[in-house]
Structure formats: structure tokens, C-alpha cells
Ligand binder design. Structure first.
Ligand code: C2E
Ligand code: MG
Ligand code: MG
Length: 324
């Protein structure tokens, strides 16, 4: 009986929406034990709902045992976040970005890692979606920024050369924090120049609440920060975003490199995307480059920057590491 109800609410929502597209999804927990706490029942229904968030063809999900494991993992992340930040189990790793023509490092990307003393390395894909769901991701991003800026200051004091560092932002950061002033204050605290830090915003973050985020992005650009669009081509890329708004660089998603040896399709698409973006006066970077053949191909089509395991994996900050 629940399922026809969900469908009918969905249909009613479709009737009233005009410019925005709201999809209703439902998580269901069938409570068999009447003594069970209502909050726990709701948590389970919520986890079921979150689990189908990106699955556009599913409208509901019933909680099952497998999701129980997911719920426990989520709870652990939420329970241990503050301690992990405090004890520096969470830290930035850095992956080099090179110029395709010279092969020289021209930037680093800061990628967060959670190194738990018992569980070992926990990767962003496990942590970030949970913290985004609970709107806690600004804690991590503020931490990464502070680490990057303070390390930069340290490097300058030691008179080491430096290249820019790019920092990933989440859609939630824009919603929860007044980013432009938050970043300004931190930069001032560590006496950092604006042209040494770039901010990456994923294509998908720009799809969900575009107007609001795009306004904030132009504010950051006006202040002198570069904005890089991350994962271009991975979702429902809107070419209008590139037409109507200015980005400094587009990072083309690594998925186009998949099956590089067996099909020409990815290469054809890459060639045209790179050329289109360059013609729009935006810099180009392809990430996820793992082989020399891929590197040579990308250089031959005029892609400006390259990032990937071929050049270097994300690595911990080592004191004096060249160029950070
Ligand atoms: P991203 O920003 O698109 O970063 C690229 C991801 O691809 C990284 O995964 C990186 O380790 C991985 N990668 C780099 N080169 C290669 C390669 O040659 N082959 C393959 N297969 N993978 C490669 P990671 O570090 O697990 O991060 C995943 C995503 O999590 C990032 O994707 C980014 O969207 C997000 N993220 C990471 N750190 C942060 C952070 O501090 N804040 C926020 N908001 N998001 C973050
Ligand atoms: Mg990125
Ligand atoms: Mg990316």
C-alpha cells in the first residue's frame, strides 16, 4: 500500500513543478519489533533512501541487512570525526599536476585521507558522501584549507619555491559557510597570496543548485581565486554552464580514458572536448592518466595539463617536498 502512495505523491509533485525538477525518493523501514526506538527506525529509513540517491531510475528502497552494515559505517564516521580531526588522523595528501609540454610540476591537488590507527586508510569516497549528507563536510574542508595555507606559510618562511595548490570544495560548503569571507580570513591569518590557491568544484555540485553556487563562484573569482571545474563529462554535463559562466580550468573526467586501448570513442570525445574548451579560453587538464600512451595522446591533442598515477599518486606532505 505504501508504494502506490509514493507514486501518487511523485506524480502530484511533477504536476506543480515548473523550472526545477524535484524527484521524490522514499526509504522504507518495516518495523517488526514494536519496542524499537522511533529514531532508529527513521535512521534506517533514511539510510535506505540515501542509498538510492544517485540511482535515477529507483523511487524507493526498503531497508535490508546489507544496509545495516552501511548504517554502522556511517555512524562510525560521524562518531569519530571530531577525534580524527583533533588527533590528525585526517590529513591532506598531495598529487602532482604537470604541464603536458614540459612534464614539469605546475600545481598540486590536496586530497583528504583519514588514516585510522586501527582500520588503516579510509578513502574520501567512503567518508565524503556521509559528511555531505549530514552537512558536516565543511569541517574537513576547513581543516584541509588550514593545513594547506599553514604549510604554504612554512614553505615561504623556509624560502622554498612554490606552485599553486588546488583544493576540493563541496556543494555543502557553499550552503553552510560564507565561503568567500571564510577563505579570506584564513588567507590573511597565514599571509597567503590568492593566486597560489585554486578551488575545484565538481560538475555535479553545479547541477543541483546552480544559481546560488554560481553566484558564490563568481564572487570568489572576483576576489582573485581560480575556479576549476572538476569531473567534467562525468554526469549530465551542461554545456550551457560553460557558455554562461566563466571557469579558469576544466578538469576532464578520467572515465574518458577507460578502454583507451580497445576503442577510439574516448579519444574522439577527448579531442573535441579539449579543443572546445580551449576555444572558450579555458585551460584544460585531464586527470586519471595512467600510461605513457595516454599521456602522449593527450599532449598531441593539445591538452595543457596532466594528472594521474603515471606522474605520481597522492602522497603525504613531506617536509620540503619540492614545489608544494
Ligand atoms: P577528484 O577531486 O576528482 O580527485 C581525483 C581522484 O582520482 C582522487 O581520488 C585521486 O586519488 C584519484 N586518482 C588520481 N589519479 C588517478 C589515476 O591515475 N587513476 C585512478 N584510477 N585514480 C586516480 P580520491 O583521493 O579517492 O578522492 C575522490 C574524490 O573525493 C575526489 O575526486 C574529490 O571529489 C573528493 N575529495 C577528495 N579530497 C577532498 C576534500 O578535501 N574535500 C572535498 N570536498 N572533497 C574531496
Ligand atoms: Mg578534484
Ligand atoms: Mg575529478
Amino acid at each position: 500500500q505504501v508504494i502506490p502512495n509514493i507514486r501518487s505523491i511523485r506524480d502530484r509533485i511533477k504536476l506543480v513543478q515548473r523550472n526545477i525538477n524535484i524527484e521524490l525518493k522514499a526509504g522504507i523501514y518495516i518495523c517488526e519489533n514494536e519496542d524499537m526506538d522511533v529514531i532508529r527506525c527513521c535512521d534506517r529509513a533514511r539510510v535506505a533512501c540515501i542509498s538510492i540517491k544517485k540511482m535515477y531510475d529507483l523511487e524507493y528502497k526498503i531497508y535490508d541487512e546489507e544496509l545495516g552494515g552501511t548504517l554502522r559505517k556511517m555512524q562510525q564516521i560521524l562518531d569519530n570525526l571530531d577525534e580524527a580531526l583533533e588527533k590528525k588522523y585526517i590529513q591532506g595528501y598531495y598529487q602532482p599536476i604537470v604541464r603536458a609540454y614540459t612534464g614539469k610540476v605546475c600545481a598540486w591537488e590536496a586530497l583528504v585521507r583519514w588514516i585510522d590507527p586501527v582500520k588503516g586508510m579510509i578513502y574520501p569516497n567512503e567518508v565524503i558522501p556521509v559528511l555531505e549528507e549530514y552537512r558536516l563536510i565543511p569541517k574537513i574542508d576547513a581543516f584541509v584549507m588550514e593545513e594547506v595555507f599553514s604549510k604554504y606559510q612554512q614553505q615561504m618562511r623556509n624560502k622554498r619555491e612554490s606552485v599553486p595548490v588546488s583544493i576540493n570544495l563541496s556543494r555543502i560548503d557553499f550552503e553552510v559557510v560564507h565561503l568567500a569571507s571564510f577563505i579570506d580570513e584564513l588567507m590573511e591569518k597565514y599571509d597567503c597570496p590568492k593566486d597560489m590557491f585554486h578551488f575545484e568544484v565538481t560538475e555535479s555540485a553545479l547541477m543541483e543548485n546552480p544559481q546560488f553556487i554560481l553566484e558564490q563562484i563568481s564572487k570568489l573569482r572576483e576576489k582573485g581565486y581560480q575556479i576549476w571545474m572538476d569531473d567534467f563529462g562525468s554526469g549530465y554535463s551542461s554545456l550551457n554552464l560553460l557558455k554562461d559562466h566563466q571557469f579558469d580550468l576544466v578538469k576532464i573526467d578520467m572515465d574518458f580514458l577507460r578502454d583507451f586501448d580497445t576503442t577510439e570513442k574516448g579519444k574522439i570525445i577527448l579531442r573535441h572536448i579539449v579543443s572546445m574548451i580551449k576555444n572558450l579560453n579555458i585551460h584544460t587538464l585531464v586527470e586519471g592518466v595512467e600510461t605513457l600512451e595516454q599521456f602522449e595522446f593527450l599532449r598531441s591533442i593539445g591538452c595543457e595539463m596532466i594528472q594521474g598515477y603515471l606522474i605520481g599518486r597522492p602522497m603525504p606532505f613531506i617536509e620540503g617536498l619540492e614545489c608544494i
